[in-house]
Design a protein around this ligand. Structure first.
Ligand SMILES: [Zn+2]
Length: 278
C-alpha cells in the first residue's frame, strides 16, 4: 500500500519526504522477529523488511539507520498500517478492569481504518525553549531517543543538544551556546516529553462496576507483542499448509501473511465441510 507519513524524513533543503510503500510481512520476517528479544529496535528491523520505498530511499538504501531517523509519530503510523495489512482492520483486545476490587475482564475492539492522520504544521516540528535564551530544536527521532539510554538527565540534555539543536541561520558560524546542568536537564525533559504524537486513546467502560478510563493504544508495542507470540502458531500453520498442499517450508514462509491466511481459511472450510479429510 502507498501511504503518507504524518511528518516524514527531513531533507537538506528543509522539505520533508512523506511518501512510503508498505507491504505485509512474509513468514520469514515473522519467524525471524518471533525469535528476537522484543526491544525498542524491533520496529525498524520489521519495517526494513516490508517497506519498499521511503521518500528517496529504496531497496538497499532503505536501512535501519534511515528508519531510525523518523520521529516516534511516524513509527506509530507505520506500525498501525502494518497491523492493518497483516492482521486485519479490527484489533481484538482484552484487559482486566483497573478498578480495585472489580478486575472484570473487558473484551473490546479497535478499528484501525477509523484512525485519522494528525494534522501537523511546520511549526509543530520545531520547538523554541527558554534554555540558553530562545534556542530552537527539532523534535528527537527514534535514534536520538535510543541514544539516551543509560545517561543521566544532564547527559541526556547534552546529547539531545548535539543532535537536535537548530543553529540560527544568520549566525551559523557563531560558537554553539553552552548550557549549565539545570538547563540541560530542562532540555532533556522538554524534548523527551514533547513532540507530535499519534493519540490513540480508547474510552473504556466496565459493564460490571461502571468504572471508565482512557487506555492509550500503542501500535509499535502491539506489533512487537503479536510477533513475539507468533512462533508457536507459525509452526502449526507451516505444518497445516505442508500437509494439505505439499509445499516446502521455504515456499510457505515466502507467502505474505494475508496470502497464508487465505489458504489456512480454505483448509478450515474444507475440514468443516468434510471432517474426515485433513
Ligand atoms: Zn470493573
Amino acid at each position: 500500500m502507498d501511504l503518507n507519513l504524518p511528518v516524514g524524513l527531513a531533507n537538506l533543503d528543509g522539505s520533508r519526504s512523506v511518501a512510503a510503500t508498505l507491504h505485509a510481512i512474509n513468514g520469514w520476517t515473522e519467524l525471524h522477529w518471533s525469535h528476537q528479544a522484543a526491544g525498542p529496535d524491533t520496529l525498524s528491523g520489521v519495517l526494513q523488511a516490508c517497506l519498499t520505498r521511503l521518500g528517496p530511499h529504496r531497496g538497499a538504501g532503505l536501512t535501519v539507520a534511515v528508519l531510525d531517523q523518523l520521529l516516534p509519530i511516524d513509527h506509530a503510523w507505520l506500525a498501525a498500517k502494518l497491523l492493518r495489512e497483516c492482521w486485519g482492520p479490527t484489533q481484538y483486545l482484552s484487559l482486566h478492569c483497573t478498578n480495585p476490587g472489580c478486575g472484570a475482564r473487558l473484551d473490546f475492539t479497535l478499528d484501525l481504518d477509523a484512525i485519522e492522520p494528525p494534522a501537523l504544521s511546520p511549526a509543530d516540528l520545531e520547538v523554541a525553549l527558554a534554555v540558553g535564551g530562545g534556542l530552537r530544536f527539532a523534535w528527537p527521532g527514534v535514534a536520538d531517543l535510543a541514544a539516551l539510554e543509560g545517561l543521566d538527565e544532564a547527559a541526556q540534555g547534552a546529547e539531545l543538544f548535539r543532535r537536535c539543536w537548530r543553529a540560527d541561520p544568520d549566525r551559523i558560524f557563531a560558537p554553539p551556546p553552552v548550557l549549565d546542568a539545570d538547563e540541560r536537564v530542562m532540555l532533556a525533559r522538554a524534548l523527551k516529553a514533547g513532540g507530535p504524537r499519534l493519540d490513540l486513546t480508547m474510552a473504556l467502560e466496565c459493564a460490571e462496576c461502571g468504572a471508565s478510563w482512557g487506555l492509550p493504544f500503542d501500535p509499535v508495542g502491539r506489533v512487537r507483542d503479536l510477533l513475539r507470540d507468533s512462533a508457536g502458531r507459525l509452526h502449526r500453520e507451516i505444518h497445516l499448509l505442508a500437509w494439505n498442499y505439499g509445499w516446502s517450508r521455504r515456499e510457505i514462509l515466502s507467502l505474505s501473511m494475508p496470502e497464508r491466511k487465505i489458504y489456512l481459511a480454505l483448509i478450515s472450510d474444507q475440514l468443516r465441510d468434510d471432517p474426515k479429510r485433513g
